[in-house]
Design a protein. Sequence first.
Length: 84
Amino acid sequence: MEDSIYRLSYREILTLCVMGLLFLGIIMVQSASMHVTGQVGWQWTRTGAKHAGFAAVALMTFWLVGYFDYARLARKALWHNPII
């Protein structure tokens, strides 16, 4: 893989962008689902915890798919259509 001008590969930059957007999404959902109370402190809401779980599964799926070698599928394929 080629390096970018920041000495990070494009894969690393994409991973950082995905992780940043997932983290931002978790914070946004959590803040939107908070209830205004008189208590001091910060607590997870049910919606925020549910979204954090989905984000964790999405991040694991992102890493699994990212390290999968797609060229291996093309070598073992019975068809030789370049589109597939």
